[in-house]
Ligand binder design. Sequence first.
Ligand code: HEC
Length: 134
Amino acid sequence: MRLAAATIAAGALLFAACSREQPPSAPAPEPAPVVEAEPELDPLSGLKMTGDWQTVRAACTACHSAKLITGQRGTAEQWLAMIRWMQKKQNLWQFDAITEGKIIAYLADNYPPSAAQRRMELPSELMPPNPYEP
Ligand code: HEC
């Protein structure tokens, strides 16, 4: 009888030891998010050194600081409109189509519109009266 009890006890111990729950394995680590490294900035102009940045530096910093560019945001259409405006009003010369395409692509890729940059223009009836209007 004693032997049986001891056997049962030993068996129970053994069972307890073996069936101990495995510690929950640590969750598989999340795959690291793919962070595209921001291109370095040209120390001279502050332009992002990627793609055709040298074309842009050569074409766009003769008259004003590149800060006017890096502080601006726009879609390809908006950048093109700014260039057309400078060509019309500010003596900016014409670019050949390939150069212009490179400039626009660089600008739209690297300085795209950001949600916080500009709000939609308000319709005039939603604005206070213009105090400067005669
Ligand atoms: C021939 C001279 C000249 C060149 C070259 C030139 N710009 Fe300008 N740009 C101007 C002038 C002048 C202004 C107005 C500056 C001011 O408001 O103080 C201006 C203003 C700007 C502005 C500000 C527009 C705004 O709405 O505030 C941006 C952005 C700009 N230029 C981008 C460019 C880009 C991009 C290029 C290259 C394609 C370029 N510029 C090349 C003359 C030039």
